[in-house]
Ligand binder design. Structure first.
Ligand code: ADP
Ligand code: 2DT
Length: 212
């Protein structure tokens, strides 16, 4: 039997919606049911570009707003060869944040349009499924104190949430909304079911190009 490609699954949502928790559980569940699956996250802070981003997020350095937006995008593009290689090998990738966070966060800054923010990420591998973990940012904030990184304030997260709402109007992306206010296990079961069907549907189709 020909080796079918892996499927590109992205989890998005405001801080503390539960993305990292659910990515880990999903990878484990997929592996247990016989799929090859791995987790990735953006920003990937381990590359040279990622180190610049990490220092900026930790407020150890300043970067001009357009510049850091382009670095976040470059951080995705530099990993595209690896993403394609893994998908070709039949490995399903579960990705914690992608271009949607890129657009939602930068466009929460004054003077940035959604259209401008999307441009550098046009043509990235298009996720087969984008799971939006929907939660009121005020409820998510109750899951723990904000850290000290950039963007970790209620006012900023509210703007990010509104920008996600706009991005989710785009029918060219396969968005699925998940009620992330439920227990970790309930959310997981919901996500697992959606992913199993996405894997069955997508594995015979070529990977698309985002926003193109
Ligand atoms: P994100 O990656 O979206 O920022 P995390 O997965 O890191 O979110 O979760 C943030 C915090 O909330 C963690 O302490 C985690 O254990 C907790 N958490 C995650 N999902 C839930 C949930 N469904 N209900 C209650 N707490 C949760
Ligand atoms: P975490 O490492 O805790 O997820 O925080 N961000 C992320 C952007 O501004 N642009 C992007 O393209 C991406 C992927 C979201 C990372 C922080 O960086 C923000 C929170």
């Amino acid at each position: 039997m020909a080796c079918r490609r892996g499927v590109l699954i992205v989890l998005e949502g405001v801080d503390k919606a539960g993305k990292t928790t659910q990515c880990k559980k999903l990878v484990q569940a997929l592996q247990e049911s016989g799929h090859r699956a791995e987790m990735m996250r953006f920003p990937d802070r381990t590359t040279r570009i990622g180190l610049l981003i990490s220092s900026y997020l930790e407020k150890k350095s300043q970067l001009e707003d357009h510049t850091v937006h382009l670095l976040f995008s470059a951080n995705r593009w530099e990993l595209v060869p690896l993403i394609k290689q893994k998908l070709d090998q039949g490995i399903t990738l579960v990705v914690d944040r992608y271009a949607f966070s890129g657009v939602a966060f930068t466009s929460a800054k004054p003077g940035f349009s959604l259209a401008w923010c999307k441009q550098p990420d046009v043509g990235l591998p298009k996720p087969d499924l984008v799971l939006f973990l929907q939660i009121n940012p005020a409820l998510a904030a109750q899951r723990g104190e904000f850290g000290t990184e950039r963007y970790e304030t209620n006012a900023f997260q509210n703007k990010v949430q509104q920008n996600f709402e706009q991005l989710r109007q785009d029918p060219s992306v396969n968005w699925k909304e998940i009620d992330a206010g439920r227990s970790i296990e309930e959310v997981h079961m919901n996500i697992k079911m959606l992913c199993e069907s996405a894997i069955n549907l997508a594995k015979n189709l070529p990977i698309g190009e985002l926003w193109k």
